[in-house]
Design a protein around this ligand. Structure first.
Ligand code: FEO
Length: 169
């Protein structure tokens, strides 16, 4: 049976993952309005990844005899106006998620749950990849500045991203 404090921390993180899914869905819709289909695809993959992250934790809680309590999901707000600002928000959000997963791992350590710590290693590694992926797009966006032709080329590149269902844990 999972420790109560750890169960609550998992539930908090499940809410954050579902919020991430919601935020990226809002961003996907934003790019749909701009008719930048590569960016739409990039965010669509994000949406699916965040869904998988949440489901991975939901299944794990169940496996450990815990209870998943679904709370309200905050309204997603796109803070930036430009594409660069939107990706800066994505990076800031992913850094926040990384800090929350680190916190979750701290709780697992505090209650001496080594199995949970082992499970969370996958998420910590995933966060390194997530931040690197966003940083990659940000670097290219900074490089091209206001060049519309180059933006269309990035859009074409982002169209190639595919979702590979992760094997979590
Ligand atoms: Fe589930 Fe993008 O972190």
């Amino acid at each position: 049976m999972i420790n109560e404090k750890l169960e609550k921390a998992f539930n908090d993180q499940i809410n954050k993952e579902l919020y991430s899914e919601y935020l990226y869905l809002a961003m996907k819709l934003h790019f749909q309005q701009l008719n930048l289909q590569g960016f739409v695809n990039w965010f669509n993959v994000q949406v699916q990844e965040e869904h998988a992250h949440a489901m991975g934790m939901i299944d794990y809680l169940d496996e450990r005899g815990g209870c998943c309590v679904l709370e309200a999901i905050d309204k997603p707000v796109i803070e930036g106006k430009t594409i660069l600002e939107i990706f800066e928000q994505v990076l800031k959000h992913e850094e926040f998620v990384t800090s929350r997963i680190n916190h979750l791992a701290d709780v697992a350590e505090e209650v001496k749950d080594r199995a949970a710590l082992h499970f969370l290693e996958w998420y910590l590694k995933e966060q390194v990849e997530e931040e690197a992926s966003v940083n990659g797009v940000l670097a290219t966006l900074r490089l091209i500045g206001d060049d519309k032709k180059a933006l269309l080329m990035i859009d074409k590149d982002l169209a190639a991203r595919t979702f590979n269902p992760p094997i979590i844990g």
